[in-house]
Design a protein around this ligand. Structure first.
Ligand SMILES: [Mn+2]
Length: 287
């Protein structure tokens, strides 16, 4: 099937299926229009797909070969340079198109900056938004733009979606107050552990949308990202959380955002690619 706003690009090197038959549907959003510090998220989707070439599709600890799962890759969204709002709308429309022909599909968005997450969330209408991020992203506006990457969790909260945030270590006093006033729970990176995650996520209503801003990881794992912050989480912290979600909650969609870089084989993309494989593996192996 053809989508209005996608185009062909480097795809996952797996035996892919059509979107109509897929359980997992990848789409890239090569957008970095509101990036405020380190540019290059427009290369994120290509860098992640390229980095998967380095990985075995067989996941050792799950005893599952994810290349045998029904995965589609519908390419990249034709972004509108500099316009996060319109680009997110194109992502929303693309996922709505997909869900009309395949209501069971789980869209996996590869970014691209975090502002774009508004698109899949609006399309999928989840009850809860679980996000791993260094930043609260609860600003009303940033650099005069309400659709900046620094505002995405605020826009999602305004849709009435429950939110829980993990790995946070950056925000303003106003953002903290907004979280308090609106019942948004968040766990500082220093305080993060698996029990804290389960405690907050267990009572959340389903389905859950899971967003990973790659800057949640420790800097050593993700040197190339839009707004890097020291003091992040370890790789297995997040894999354990994904495994718990896969076994205990209905997942509406998933994204990996803010992967930047200009060189194939960038460490950040290798981290993101491994994360992508574990998400598909955890969801594919069943409870
Ligand atoms: Mn962030």
């Amino acid at each position: 099937m053809d989508f209005l706003y996608t185009y062909e690009t480097l795809k996952l090197e797996f035996p892919l299926v059509e979107p109509e038959e897929a359980k997992f549907v990848l789409l890239g959003v090569p957008f970095d229009g509101t990036t405020s510090f380190k540019p290059g998220t427009r290369f994120g989707p290509t860098l992640i797909r390229h980095a998967t070439l380095n990985l075995e599709s067989y996941i050792l600890d799950y005893d599952i070969d994810i290349a045998g799962l029904p995965i589609a890759d519908i390419g990249d969204i034709a972004v509108i340079a500099g316009d996060a709002k319109k680009t997110a709308e194109r992502v929303r429309e693309t996922i709505e198109e997909l869900k009309r022909v395949n209501p069971e599909a789980i869209p996996i968005t590869l970014g691209g900056e975090h502002s774009i997450t508004l698109g899949p969330v609006e399309a999928l209408n989840p009850a809860s938004y679980v996000v791993f991020d260094a930043h609260l992203d609860l600003r009303d506006q940033y650099e005069d733009n309400p659709y900046s990457h620094a505002c995405v969790a605020r826009r999602i909260s305004e849709l009435g979606v429950n939110e829980a945030m993990f790995g946070i270590r950056s925000g303003t006093k106003e953002e903290v107050e907004y979280a308090e006033e609106n019942g948004i729970a968040w766990v500082h990176a220093r305080d993060y552990d698996f029990d804290a995650f389960v405690e907050l996520v267990k009572p959340l209503p389903e389905p859950v949308y899971l967003s990973i801003d790659i800057d949640v990881f420790d800097l050593s794992l993700v040197p190339s990202t839009g707004t890097p912050e020291a003091g992040g989480l370890a790789f297995w912290d997040i894999i354990e959380a994904i495994e718990w979600l896969a076994e205990n909650k209905k997942i509406a969609g998933f994204d990996i955002m803010e992967v930047a870089g200009t060189e194939l084989g960038d460490v950040t993309a290798l981290t993101a690619a491994k994360l992508l494989f574990y998400f598909i593996g955890a969801m594919g192996k069943g409870p």
